[in-house]
Design a protein. Sequence first.
Length: 447
Amino acid sequence: MFQRILIANRGEVALRVIRAARELGIETVCIYSTADRDAPYLALADEAICIGPATASDSYLNIASIIAAAEIANIDAIHPGYGFLAENPDFADVCRSCEIAFIGPSPEAMGMLGNKVACKQLAKKNKVPVFPGSDGPVENEEEAVKLAKTIGYPIIIKAVAGGGGRGMRVANNEASLRTGFHNAQLEAEAAFKNNTVFIEKFLERARHIEVQVIGDSHGNAIHFFERDCSTQRRHQKLIEEAPAPGIDASKRDQLCKAACRMLKAASYCGAATVEFLMDRKQNFGLLEVNTRIQVEHPVSEMITGVDLVKLQILVASGEPIPLKQRDVKLRGHAMECRINAEDPDRDFAPQPGRLTRFDVPGGRGVRVDTHCVAGYSIPPNYDSMIAKLITHGEDREACLAVMRRALDEFHIEPIATTIPLHRQLVRNSKFVKGGVSIHFLERLLKQ
Ligand code: ADP
């Protein structure tokens, strides 16, 4: 097992990894940018090293500085968290050359699954369903138009290297496909330094259902059931829950088994999420695979009682998963609301600044993952997520009741946050019924 690990991330997830490592008896080294110099979680690490200025490309994305810090701190492994370098195969490769264990998959597995086209091809080979779309990259507008005729509109143009909900465009007809295609390539080039795009059928009333999985270096892969992450704005998740409402045991089994097949086919070691879209008839098709721990992993932890970050560390050190699939039991229902420092009344404008009040809910069935406290200043340079409120109940109704009262206890001042929107959502009749589609929230916001 590792003795000392470096956490190449910040904020909530850095704290999450510090906590898991400490419980495993592993020392932690945190890196930070000058913007995070006063962040309280840094005091919980055994060592903290400044690696550069606020701009992410000069600090949290700067591989040379991170590796230099790793050398100085004498660590045996790096946990990349989520975002930043977590899905960068070059970073995983540099770690390998420096004989530092990367707490995540091999650069090869990451490279293959992180490429959306290669990933879909692997799915087809392994009898994992996919929705209609191009079999590979689409080179030019003419090819796109020809393909769209066979697939049928609406279609979605996506960047092969896409992520974070960026680089996607929907086209309802040939004219919008022609204009959208070129722009999608430009956007993909700017965002991901790779202009390759592909197209697939755009599903109008789909749900986003994903499966949490972990593989080890001994060829095992097990799942921790599914999450429903359909409550999204601009392809960004706002509420996640597990299990997915309205999905029966046999459908669940099909989804989870398909996800495990993907991991085995990629000889995958580490935590991953296999994402699917599900249509109204509950047909599912692969969307993509995220090769890291995700923001919403706590809902799966709450329904299974398993610490996924500890498991990640364990399998990265070469241990087999200490659980069999039959040991993973689904208990009750869990939900997560992402608390973002954004103003829902002003088009979700970011709200950086100093917090004068930060009253966190507690009590039975409540978990809050956050790096914030009263007096903390939210820097303007990074993601706006400042807390995750997770609740658990014996069923969905009980979980929602806990969520409603926990949201009412959560007070943050003076900035605007997504809390008032969440309070509304958990009382919305459609949401309460369960099984909303990925367009539900945007339609509601337009009303
Ligand atoms: P990213 O890697 O940027 O997160 P994904 O492929 O995971 O991109 O898609 C993110 C979201 O975009 C999905 O959760 C869904 O809301 C929407 N989306 C992507 N593909 C489709 C599709 N074919 N039909 C409908 N919505 C889609």
